[in-house]
Design a protein around this ligand. Sequence first.
Ligand code: CP
Ligand code: NVA
Length: 302
Amino acid sequence: MKPIRHYLSLMDVSAVELRQLVARAVQMKRGDATDATADLLRNQTAALVFEKSSTRTRMSFETGIAQLGGHAIFIAPADSHLARGEPVEDTARVLSRMARLIVMRTGAHERVQRMAEYATVPVINALSDFNHPCQMLADIQTYFEARGDLTGRRVAWVGDGNNVCHSWMNAARQLDFHLAIATPAGYAPDAEHAAACAAHIALGFEPAAAVADADLVVTDSWFSMGQEAEKAAREAAFAGFCVDQTLMARAADDALFMHCLPAYRGFEVAAEVIDGPQSVVWDQAENRLHAQKALMEFLLRR
Ligand code: CP
Ligand code: NVA
């Protein structure tokens, strides 16, 4: 039997596999793959262990699992023993005896790593404090559908050097495009990760410089889950980092705007941009479903 593959990072697949996954997601979206996938999870369950809130990720995984013929069991901290101190290692082994797949959203990245280490079924990272690789699959699919390949493109990240930014940095490596990152001082991406991605990224503090001639402008909330206590300090630090029409005008004429959502209009993005013609945020949200179905098929059909 082939070894189990987990998906904790965009780097867990090769560049070739990544392109195959995106192509398959596009095919599934068109409805071409229904017959081949409807029974993939028949009579089987997938455990969704979510230690943080979610709208899109939960909805897209539960919908996708149902469309693959399976049943999703949502395990929230309040209902499980994880929050009462049962080790992730024990949880991983118990869930693996019943579920065909584990999807985990958590804080510290090492928790999902430990889940994968002890699970005997594939584990998918549905967001950690470090990265958000499922979002990245959907975002790549969205760009490919709207504009074609990302290779050689210029992408600008404006805002917090957070988990979603870290996944965009991996995408730059995998697909060979340039990512200009503008953050306030003190909010840059993880230094070790930045060093690993150095050939494909530029770090700076000026949104206007980062978005110059960009093909795509991306941002995310200034306050990620778990940072609620930092809200006032962050709001002050991120002044000048709102992606508004003036900033978008510095990008290429046909530039797109992306945001993983949830969005806070008037903070990281102006309503005129997120609700305007360059925004593809609803396609990003929908593509979570298709991209994750392709991912589950990839991990399960081995
Ligand atoms: N973008 C995203 O992951 O959204 P949720 O937090 O609603 O799942
Ligand atoms: N950076 C955000 C992404 C939410 C999907 C967070 O971690 O809360």
